[in-house]
Write a protein that binds this ligand. Structure first.
Ligand code: B12
Ligand code: SF4
Length: 451
């Protein structure tokens, strides 16, 4: 019998920053594994393939392919009078019909998606598929249709898959589609869901409120395969991996330690300081954790309450202390393979947040010997933060909720200040050295006056 043929497409994105850290289209790679397991021939059009390594912004190809697609005026840019340009990142749309024709007519086309505010690339890619092969069914899936199924329904896709394509969920992603030299890391996901309800987070309604774990032998098989095939770093995409650490993560770490895997591991989604304990930290280190990402978001008690997070400053400092005891902490620029440092996520650009509250949080993070990592707040449809927005903001188009457009900026916390704050992500020195730095801007001066 003739094999069925599918083409998978990872579309380009539009953003206001060009040095984005784009990671593998993990969902689509699982769809490929699933289709191949059911006998399909799979072809691949990856519009983002030049972007999977941190230095890609220096790549002339990448910069040349990013003409601005639109200008945007922002709240607070009145001082300098400028807005922002949005860029097309990745291969041009014309690449899609060219490749579709070159590969030849398939039986089905699968278009992946990531963040909701990048939907334009997904719609556009689907449009080109339908223009090239009007009768070939196009399926769309991933984070965007899972969070916004109604909006996704306005695309030209024949089928919108909101949520999981269950038989694909626990398969090992088909990394054979990727160009190996474009990244030395590989993504792994061992848990889904979260029982908490942080006001800004969509995970409970994307993945459910009950944590689901993959079997440890299955995960170990995947990790060993990745090491055998030459990957140098494991990135765990886990939303709340510490939620029941004694019953799952510790057992997984035990296995990794027992097998002496010696591969650096990373949890870039952030670890919850409330759920750490010394034995776990010891095992994380022994299993290969190099750079630590902790989620604080804010030291402001009122904001913590609003988030339903209630991570007190002493509890946060206690979690830092646990890592310090095991040799973590560094103010340097981080090296994934060698350094043991701690970065702390701080959420900025929330409605009602003050500049002073942000600066006080940054200072506390520096004071504790960690690096602040400022994250731009994005209101995600369906979350409590989004539902509580005034109609003016709720009526914004999905693409205008792009975090670096600072959709919730106000005259009190303007976009220009928020942009300036992001520069603190690139300061690599100790708290004492920061205190001695010559203030250059209004925000630097304000920082100097704070305790
Ligand atoms: C990994 C991750 C990241 C990574 C990589 C993101 C990236 N751009 O690729 C990093 C750490 C870099 C990151 C950064 C950010 N993230 Co993030 N991240 C995630 C996380 C944990 C997983 C997302 C993911 O890609 N999963 C892989 C999925 C698609 O695989 P899967 O579920 O197994 O796939 C199944 C189905 O979806 C379906 N499927 C998947 N693809 C397809 C395709 C087809 C065709 C079909 C039919 C089916 C299908 O089948 C699969 C098998 O069942 C989610 C939370 C979560 N648990 O979902 C947040 C999440 C997506 N991130 C979020 C946010 C807010 C961010 C940031 C904006 C944070 C910030 N303030 O800077 C940045 C944005 C960075 C950027 N510009 O890219 C939000 C979403 C925001 C939004 N509006 O969409 C989420 C939901 C978390 C939250 N807070 O609620 N993130
Ligand atoms: S932020 Fe983390 S802990 Fe909070 S609901 Fe989302 S996944 Fe769960």
């Amino acid at each position: 019998m003739k094999k069925k043929r599918a083409i998978l497409i990872n579309p380009p994105i539009h953003d206001v920053i060009t040095n984005l850290f784009v990671q593998h289209p993990y969902g689509l790679l699982k769809i490929s594994a699933y289709l191949k397991s059911t006998g399909y021939d799979v072809s691949w059009i990856d519009c983002m393939e030049e972007c999977y390594y941190p230095e890609y912004s220096d790549n002339p190809f990448f910069l040349n392919s990013t003409p601005p697609v639109r200008d945007t005026r922002l709240c607070g840019y009145s001082r300098s009078g400028t807005g922002k340009k949005r860029y097309h990142l990745g291969l041009p749309y014309s690449h899609i019909p060219e490749q579709l024709k070159q590969i030849g007519r398939p039986d089905e086309i699968y278009v992946g998606s990531s963040l909701t505010y990048y939907y334009e690339g997904v719609h556009e890619a689907i449009h080109f598929c339908k223009k090239t092969y009007p009768d070939v069914p196009v399926l769309m899936g991933g984070i965007y249709p899972t969070i916004c199924p109604g909006h996704a329904g306005t695309s030209e896709a024949d089928t919108v898959v909101a949520g999981e394509l269950e038989p694909a969920t626990n398969l090992t992603p088909d990394t054979s589609l990727l160009k190996k030299d474009k990244a030395d890391y590989v993504v792994i996901k061992t848990t889904r869901g979260c029982p908490r309800r942080c006001s800004y987070c969509a995970v409970p309604f994307i993945d459910g409120r009950t944590i689901r774990h993959r079997d440890i032998p299955d995960v170990m098989k995947e990790i060993e395969l990745r090491i055998r095939t030459g990957y140098k770093r494991l990135i765990f995409w886990e939303s709340n991996i510490l939620s029941d650490a004694p019953d799952y993560l510790e057992l997984l770490l035990d296995e990794m330690i027992r097998k002496k895997l010696h591969i650096p591991i990373e949890f870039p989604e952030g670890l919850d300081g409330r759920l750490l304990y010394p034995r776990l930290v010891e095992k994380l280190k022994a299993a290969g954790l190099k750079w630590v990402f902790l989620s604080l978001e804010s030291r402001d008690r009122e904001l913590q309450k609003r988030f339903h997070k209630n991570l007190s400053l002493p509890a946060f400092k206690n979690s830092v202390e646990m890592f310090r005891r095991y040799g973590y902490c560094s103010a340097k620029r981080h090296n994934y393979y060698t350094d043991r440092g701690i970065s702390v996520f701080i959420l900025i650009g929330l409605p009602g947040q003050s500049l002073e509250s942000i600066l006080l949080t940054i200072l506390d993070v520096w004071r504790s010997g960690c690096r602040p990592l400022l994250m731009a707040f994005t209101p995600i449809p369906g979350t409590e933060e989004y539902n509580n927005l005034p109609p003016r903001l709720k009526n914004k188009k999905l693409e205008d909720l792009l975090p670096r457009l600072w959709p919730c900026s106000t005259r009190n916390l303007p976009a220009e200040d928020l942009d300036e704050l992001m520069h603190f992500n690139y300061i690599y020195c100790s708290f004492e050295q920061i205190r001695d730095l010559q203030p250059r801007t209004r925000i630097d001066k304000m920082l100097k006056t704070l305790p």
